[in-house]
Design a protein around this ligand. Structure first.
Ligand SMILES: NC(=O)c1ccc[n+]([C@@H]2O[C@H](COP(=O)([O-])OP(=O)(O)OC[C@H]3O[C@@H](n4cnc5c(N)ncnc54)[C@H](O)[C@@H]3O)[C@@H](O)[C@H]2O)c1
Length: 341
């Protein structure tokens, strides 16, 4: 694809963990980029200085009109990558209406603004949480979607809105269902910065750095190879690259929308993840064995063949120790950034 065919891309949530990696991947591939983010959980330092940054809400129609006008190079914003949202599953159980507001209602407002502005391509961050607790070895895109929490429902409803709006209004979209996202930019430009994160690799890196006393293992009696839960961890930079390639596919085939699982198709147990961190740091993280949490499946592994077959996507970091090493490097860098601030 030539630079001439690369339209400006608006990245919502571009100051957050995954969105900031997508911004880098788009820039590395010469796509013009702008970011909208309200900084509710994101960080301004995660957005490169040269990238136009609009601090505000994805449901703010006036701001969106301004962006669509200002970023108008020839035919205007050509694509939206929509990462902005609320992402903590237990919080969605405690405060479901907040999740239906931020993830569903505000996505509806964003999609409406995109339709009015005639934006032809839309890529949405969906999640494996839309599948609920699937009783299969590997989860394919046609595995029934039966969420078990408001977070999963809030995302599934947005997938539905996109499918219906796309059919009615003639844009195409990518719905990417991420499994467990982990790691950080290999060049140390961004990473996961959220305090109080709940993701295992992030939490374990914090423990290895002495920021937490121990790491809980929720459930040791699952029917898995070592009794702990197995998950499909995908490196965030491989995921960002999958977004860029999805965008290329949407531009090249404007009549086709794509729904794809994003994972590597193999899983690691909680103990294997902690072993990896111990191996790399020599730290010996303190492990606390706890009861299973309600709603945690024994294993959640993507059948990622559609992603591999549809896109020209070759993962570069599909190795647990590499993911962990990059996450650890970012955790150290983050500690320095916070000391300097
Ligand atoms: N992290 C994962 O493992 C994972 C897995 C599946 C799906 N996802 C999805 O990926 C997306 C990004 O997740 P993340 O882990 O980077 O989270 P994050 O919290 O780091 O990023 C979300 C960003 O969106 C911004 N934001 C939130 N609500 C906003 C609003 N109304 N208007 C403008 N900006 C807003 C936040 O400030 C933040 O910068 C989310 O939609 C999430 O549901 C993440």
């Amino acid at each position: 694809m030539t630079i001439a065919t690369k339209c400006p891309v608006l990245v919502t949530g571009g100051a957050g963990y995954i969105g900031s990696h997508a911004v880098l991947a788009l820039r590395d591939a010469d796509w013009p980029v702008a970011v909208i983010d309200d900084l509710s959980t994101g960080f301004a330092f995660a957005v490169p200085e040269e990238v136009p940054f609009y601090r505000g809400d994805i449901a703010d129609g006036v701001l969106l009109d301004q962006i669509f006008t200002e970023q108008g190079i020839g035919h205007g914003v050509g694509a939206i990558m929509h990462f902005a949202g609320s992402v903590v599953v237990p919080e969605s159980v405690e405060n479901p209406l907040r999740y239906y507001d931020n993830n569903t209602a505000r996505s509806r407002a964003l999609i409406e603004a995109a339709v009015h502005a005639g934006v032809p391509h839309f890529i949405f961050s969906s999640t494996a949480a839309t599948y609920g607790v699937p009783d299969v070895e590997k989860v394919a895109e046609d595995t029934p979607q039966q969420p078990i929490n408001p977070y999963g429902w809030s995302k599934l409803m947005t997938e539905r809105m996109l499918a219906d709006a796309s059919a009615a209004h003639g844009f195409n979209y990518g719905a990417l269902r991420y499994f467990n996202v982990a790691g950080a930019d290999p060049d140390g430009r961004t990473g996961q910065s959220t305090a109080g994160a709940t993701h295992l690799i992030k939490v374990a890196c914090e423990a290895a750095m002495g920021k937490r006393e121990s790491v809980a293992i929720f459930g040791t009696d699952y029917d898995t190879r070592d009794g702990t839960g197995v998950r499909d961890y995908i490196h965030v930079s491989d995921l960002a690259d999958a977004h860029v390639r999805t965008l290329e596919a949407l531009v090249e085939q404007p009549d086709r929308s794509l729904t794809m699982n994003c994972g590597y198709g193999r899983g690691f147990s909680v103990r294997e993840v902690l072993d990896s961190i111990d191996r790399i740091t020599g730290a010996g993280i303190v492990r606390r064995e706890e009861q299973r949490r309600a709603g945690d499946p024994a294993r959640l592994i993507a059948d990622s063949s559609r992603l591999q077959e549809t896109l020209d996507w070759t993962p570069r970091f599909a190795d647990l120790d590499t993911i962990v090493r990059h996450a650890l490097e970012w955790e150290r860098r983050l500690a320095n950034l916070r000391e300097e601030a």
